[in-house]
Design a binder for this molecule. Structure first.
Ligand SMILES: [Zn+2]
Length: 341
C-alpha cells in the first residue's frame, strides 16, 4: 500500500487494527491544535434544510466493550418537527440523520483510499502539503472513485460530496451518522477535531436538488380522492406559477403557470383519467406524451402568485432556473440573466 509520506503504518488498515483491539481503552491523542489549519475547511456533513450539523458523540467518549471513540460522530440536533422516531436508523432521542445526505470533503486534497470496510464505505483524504488527513466512515455509498490499495489520486475540493451517509453494518442500532476523524500525522495521531471545527463553514450540498428550491415552500397535496387542501382551493381564480416536485427524490418534475385559472391548471396534473380522455392532446406533438400527470401522494407543490400578465414570464424564468424533468420546453435555455439588457 502506498503510504502517505508522513503516515506511519497503513491508513485504514492501521485504523481498523486499532479499532479491533478491544483491549485498548484509550484512543491515542496528541495535543489539540489551537490555530486553524490553513486552507478552506468545511464541516464534513452538509447543511440539511438550513440546519447545521452537530457533534452527536465526541472524541474519546467511552464505549462499553469497545475502544474509546477515535473521532466524532456527526448528526443533527433533534427538533420537535422531526419525523424520525428515536430508536430508528434515522434518530435517537437527541439527534437525527435523514436518508441520502452527503458527506463532503473537509478540505481540498487527494483521495488516498476509498473502499468498503466492515464499518461501511470509508474514505481517507490526504491534505498534503498540510500534514493532515481526514477519515470518513459508515458511508452507504461512495461518490468518489473506489481505490484499490495501490491506486488513488482523485482530487477533491473542500465541500465536494464524497459519499452518502449511512450506518455501520457492525452497529446493532444501525444508526445513520458520519464518523469523522482528523489525523495530524496518521491514524495513530488522530486528534479531537471539535474545537477546530468551530471555525469551519457548513456548506450546502452542491449536488442536492433541494438547493434549487428558489425559495419556494413545498407542501403535500393529499391523497387521491381527498379534498384538496385549503391553500390549493384558494387558487381557483388566481394567476401565478406552480412547481411540482417528487416527494421522495426532491427532483423538480414540472413547472407551469396560469393567467387566471391556477387551481384548474394545477390540479389537472393529478387527474390521471384526463390523459385517457386526451386532455393533453394538442398541447404536444404526436409521440411526445410527456406523462404530465402525477400521483398526488408522490409529489409536493409550491405556488407563487403573480399578476396575470406576468405568469408566463415567471414560468419561463423558473423553467430556465429549475430545469424541471418533464417540461419539454425546459430544454431551451431562456435564462433571463443571460440576456444583456
Ligand atoms: Zn464514531
Amino acid at each position: 500500500m502506498r503510504a502517505l509520506p508522513w503516515i506511519i503504518g497503513g491508513g485504514v488498515a492501521a485504523y481498523a487494527l486499532t479499532r479491533s483491539r478491544s483491549t485498548s481503552t484509550t484512543a491515542p491523542t496528541r495535543s489539540v491544535p489551537t490555530a486553524p489549519l490553513s486552507g478552506r475547511w468545511v464541516w464534513p456533513v452538509v447543511r440539511w434544510n438550513g440546519r447545521a450539523p452537530v457533534i452527536s458523540d465526541g472524541f474519546d467518549s467511552p464505549r462499553p466493550g469497545l475502544p474509546r471513540h477515535g473521532g466524532v460522530d456527526i448528526m443533527f440536533a433533534r427538533t420537535a418537527a422531526d419525523p424520525y422516531k428515536a430508536g430508528t436508523t434515522n434518530g435517537t432521542k437527541m439527534f437525527v440523520m435523514p436518508d441520502g445526505l452527503s458527506a463532503v470533503a473537509a478540505s481540498d486534497g487527494v483521495v488516498w483510499s476509498a473502499s468498503q470496510t466492515p464499518q461501511g464505505f470509508a474514505v481517507v483524504i490526504d491534505h498534503t502539503p498540510l500534514k493532515a488527513a481526514t477519515f470518513y466512515t459508515h458511508l452507504e455509498k461512495l461518490l468518489v472513485t473506489p481505490t484499490m490499495s495501490a491506486k488513488s489520486g482523485e482530487r477533491v475540493r473542500a465541500g465536494q460530496p464524497i459519499g452518502v451517509i449511512g450506518a455501520s453494518p457492525l452497529d446493532g442500532e444501525h444508526l445513520k451518522h458520519l464518523h469523522f476523524e482528523l489525523w495530524l500525522g496518521g491514524p495513530s495521531d488522530r486528534i479531537d477535531p471539535a474545537a477546530i471545527m468551530r471555525g469551519w463553514e457548513v456548506v450546502t450540498d452542491p449536488s442536492a436538488l433541494v438547493a434549487r428550491n428558489a425559495g419556494f415552500l413545498y407542501r403535500p397535496i393529499g391523497e387521491s380522492g381527498d379534498a384538496y387542501p385549503e391553500w390549493v382551493r384558494a387558487l381557483r381564480d388566481k394567476a401565478g406559477v406552480y412547481v411540482i416536485r417528487d416527494l421522495e427524490s426532491r427532483e423538480i418534475v414540472y413547472v407551469g403557470s396560469s393567467a387566471g385559472t391556477l387551481y384548474e391548471t394545477l390540479t389537472r396534473h393529478f387527474q390521471t383519467w384526463r390523459r385517457w380522455k386526451g386532455f393533453w392532446r394538442g398541447q404536444y406533438g404526436e409521440g411526445h406524451d410527456p406523462g404530465l400527470t402525477y400521483p398526488r401522494n408522490s409529489v409536493e407543490v409550491a405556488v407563487r402568485l403573480t399578476s396575470p400578465a406576468k405568469s408566463l414570464d415567471e414560468e419561463m424564468r423558473l423553467i430556465a432556473r429549475l430545469k424541471p424533468r418533464d417540461n419539454l420546453i425546459g430544454q431551451v435555455d431562456r435564462a433571463e440573466d443571460t440576456v444583456p439588457f
